[in-house]
Design a protein around this ligand. Structure first.
Ligand code: AAT
Length: 292
């Protein structure tokens, strides 16, 4: 009884719930920040759930991790310094590591339990931590970015949870200010940005904050991810003032990157066609968030 009430009352999608059949609960603990649950499903492999919200499944994680990493990294020439915010499962690191131009990858994840659980139950994501370019920082990304050196990063990828728990501040203006400061001129941000069906207002707010903060281009892209609310997820892409960035037409196409597709596992979802197509938006969204 109470379980149902919890899932249908999530303020991010009131009155809605998506169900995935549980074969076996593999792990359930309260960390300092959230409830961490891993279960084996019948159709989607192992599933990671934080505070009752699906963060990833083995079956469809490829769509989210590949898009959030390659949309920004294929939009600039030879990215070298990259920061991942959140992403404690390691999946985004695995994707960033395909780019041989990258020399240094910082990751700032708040919850060590997510990292430990991923190492145990999601080895094909946690493999991302094994790359020698990766430097792990366990802590709040808000603090990490406040003290990050100015202009250090070519790209920042915000792979964070929904803004109801520890990720609350990650959708607010002061956080975006620290990101813009930490990026080099012409550097890029790719930020997880919810569902256009459920969160038009949140997307609108994030886009107006980003337009104020980043003086280069600001665009919205999306991809199909069946186990996320409404079956899709969006991304906001922003560039700081500097060499102009055309997000829609990748200047650093993955197909030309040496070894990117042989790197331990083949790409499952991302290619240059998916990249450009991701920026095509439905009429209602263009109108409501006044996107070009
Ligand atoms: N890779 C896909 C999964 C995620 S995980 C998001 C991560 O962000 C979690 O591990 C969470 O602990 C971390 N996080 C949350 N707040 C902070 C913070 N303030 N600083 C650093 N890390 C943080 C994303 C799934 C998207 C789900 C969409 N519905």
């Amino acid at each position: 009884k109470s379980g149902k009430a919890v899932y249908f009352n999530n303020p991010m999608w009131p009155g809605e719930a998506h169900s995935i059949k549980v074969e076996k609960i593999l792990y359930k603990e309260k960390s300092e920040y959230q409830e961490v649950l891993v279960f084996e499903s019948s159709m989607y492999g192992n599933v990671l759930v934080l505070d009752g919200i699906v963060q990833l499944t083995e079956r469809d994680e490829c769509a989210y991790q590949e898009m959030i990493a390659h949309l920004p990294l294929c939009s600039i020439h030879s990215p070298k310094n990259v920061l991942v915010v959140g992403g404690g499962d390691g999946g985004v690191l695995r994707e960033v590591a395909r780019h041989s131009s990258v020399e240094h990858i910082d990751i700032c994840e708040i919850d060590k339990m997510v990292i430990d659980v991923s190492r145990k139950f999601f080895p094909q994501l946690a493999v991302g931590f094994e790359d020698s370019r990766v430097h792990l920082h366990v802590g709040d990304a808000v603090d990490f970015l406040k003290s990050a050196p100015e202009g250090k990063y070519d790209a920042i990828i915000v792979d964070s949870s929904d803004p109801v728990g520890p990720a609350q501040e990650l959708v607010e203006k002061p956080f975006f200010d620290t990101i813009a400061r930490a990026l080099r001129p012409g550097g890029v941000l790719c930020n997880m940005a919810e569902s256009m069906w459920l969160h038009t207002h949140l997307i609108q707010d994030m886009i107006s904050i980003c337009r104020e903060t980043f003086k280069g281009s600001v665009r919205y892209a999306w991809a199909s991810v069946p186990t996320y609310p409404s079956g899709m997820i969006g991304f906001i892409l922003c560039a700081t003032e500097g060499p102009p960035v055309d997000f829609v037409n990748p200047i650093n196409p993955i197909e030309k990157l040496e070894g990117a597709n042989e790197h331990k596992r083949e790409l499952q979802f991302y290619n240059s066609e998916m990249h450009s197509a991701a920026f095509a938006l439905p009429a209602f969204l263009k109108r409501e968030v006044s996107l070009l």
